[in-house]
Design a protein. Structure first.
Ligand SMILES: *Cc1c(COP(=O)(O)O)cnc(C)c1O
Length: 383
């Protein structure tokens, strides 16, 4: 068990459900990334959509990372947290005119465009604002990242990015427009990727694309390989800091960067997931006919990953002192059967009032919280 977390168990009046963030682990994770970066051409942007707690954002901004936003709201949050406009990139398949205008007026570093149609709109908004705008083209490299089908994004058949077939016309649109300046190519093949193989294949795809375009005289200032590095949801305390060295090494080894070319990464989950836990109190122990249920005061309104993707999170009882173990289904109070955090979970004998930690919840947890069933949003505390 995480020490900072077990210290919470001695706070009987703790208001729950609440997200607890281990800021020391966040700092160590950020430092590990900085130390693992093999060259000055590597730049890390934090994908805000994983977690937007202001304290977390400002720590990451102070570390010198850039920001990857997927909405006008996230662009504002990044600015408020201290990221410089030039270090903010803006991605997303459905950018509104108002969001594009916001990015243009703030002079953000780059728009990662996802379609030819969007490029035309960005060019038009840039003309109206009389400001030249940097764009990168998000290419769909058709790579199976072997992750959950809801979070694989690099296959030809999904909505993200520009297919290889349409890349040619997208590049022409950019090079011919007086309002767009071509910054580079952008890729993001999926999330919770736990082997390096998909990244090695991505490097090869990028190398051949670069060779192809170099022969036509088109060179890119930067290559952005997105994010997606996975974490260990089963054993969050074994290696709480992902192996960033192995990850960067794949790109260092297999990607042929051109002289002076920058390589950008957009990491979300791997930076913030392990530092966060959702802490909840046991409301009832319900003895069913075949199962014993632990009914928590947290539900999918606080952490939707298990209900949305069948995601697994380690569940711990941080207050029980019992040596006896029992097997439970751990569920929330929401009126939906999918409101289940885990089935057949072995825990120390559990009672009403115990505190339960749902681990590795720092990414895609609080940001997806909602108020269904008239519930309040979970709080946050930092240790
Ligand atoms: C979600 C997303 C990321 C971050 O993904 P993680 O799996 O959290 O690292 C990076 N880039 C883009 C374009 C994204 O949509």
């Amino acid at each position: 068990m995480n020490n900072a977390l077990s210290a919470l168990a001695s706070q009987p009046s703790l208001a729950t459900p609440v997200y607890f963030y281990d800021m020391d682990l966040l700092d160590r994770t950020i430092n590990a990334i900085r130390q693992a970066i093999p060259s000055d051409s590597f730049h890390v942007h934090y994908a805000l959509k994983a977690n937007v707690e202001p304290l977390i954002l400002s720590r990451i901004a102070q570390a010198g990372f850039g920001a990857d936003s997927v909405s006008g709201g996230e662009i504002r949050m990044a600015l408020d947290a201290g990221f410089r406009p030039a270090d903010i990139v803006y991605a997303g398949v459905g950018k509104t005119d108002a969001e594009i205008d916001l990015g243009i007026s703030l002079e953000i570093g780059c728009f990662n465009a996802e379609s030819v149609e969007e490029l035309a709109v960005i060019a038009e908004r840039a003309r109206l604002a009389a400001k030249k705008v940097s764009v990168a083209l998000r290419v769909n490299p058709d790579i199976d990242a072997h992750t959950h089908h809801y979070i694989t994004t690099g296959l030809a058949e999904n909505k993200f990015g520009i297919s290889m077939e349409r890349l040619e016309s997208a590049l022409q649109l950019v090079t011919r427009s007086e309002w767009l300046s071509l910054k580079g190519l952008h890729f993001h093949i999926g999330s919770q990727i736990t082997t390096m193989e998909p990244y090695r294949i991505l490097c090869e795809r990028i190398n051949s694309l670069q060779h192809h375009y170099a022969s036509k005289g088109i060179l890119f200032d930067s290559i952005n390989v997105g994010g997606g590095l996975g974490i260990d949801y089963e054993h969050p305390d074994a290696e709480p800091i992902p192996d960033f060295a192995a990850y960067f090494n794949v790109f260092d080894r297999y990607l042929e960067l051109r002289p002076g070319q920058e390589l950008h990464f957009e990491l979300g989950r791997s930076i913030v997931a392990q530092c966060g836990s959702l802490v909840s109190r046991v409301l009832y122990m319900k003895h069913g006919l075949e199962k014993d249920f632990v009914i928590l005061d947290a539900g999918f309104t606080d952490l939707i990953r298990p209900a949305l993707y069948g995601a697994h999170h380690l569940i711990e009882n941080i207050s029980s002192r019992s040596d006896r173990k029992a097997v439970y289904d751990v569920v929330g109070p929401i009126c939906e059967s999918s409101d289940t955090f885990g089935e057949k979970i072995e825990l120390p004998e559990t009672q009403r009032g115990d505190l339960i930690a749902i681990r590795s919840a720092g990414a895609y947890g609080s940001v997806m919280a909602m108020q269904y069933n008239g519930r309040q949003l979970p709080g946050a505390i930092f240790g």
